[in-house]
Write a protein that binds this ligand. Sequence first.
Ligand code: CMP
Length: 150
Amino acid sequence: MKSNYTFTIIKPGAVSNEHIGPILAMINKAGFHITAMKLIRLSVRQAQVFYEVHKDRPFYGELVEFMTSGPVVVAILEKANAVEEYRKLIGATDPSKAEDGTIRKMFAESIQKNAVHGSDSDENAKQEMNFFFARTERFNRDGSCCVMEY
Ligand code: CMP
């Protein structure tokens, strides 16, 4: 049974270019419900830990630098089969390969400044949600607080 929840980050470039509103509108229009959300600036340590799986990749240092260069929006999204559905909506990591109508095709500047992050598996989604959101910051579909774990 696939999880109904995924995690996203609207990255610094998309935030500074005033794309938060249009991106959230696409998310809602695609049928996702936002159950948790905040605007924060990542510390270097937070970005390093979040992207630890990429620590041996040549782009890791630059990725951490970019992700800490300004505020980001972090959010938890709810929809049936959320991880896969959201990855379809955002499109390929490399925006030159992203399909028309996807968030990255519309708002990404480059593979690094690719507008948004989306979890790639239910297991990672859970880890990423837990990394950023306390139980008191997670809401049920009916608006009630507080969710221990999605
Ligand atoms: P994201 O979905 O946040 O997950 C890891 C990020 O690493 C990815 O989006 C890209 O922004 C970045 N990334 C992946 N591959 C490359 C690459 N070849 N060069 C630069 N950045 C990359």
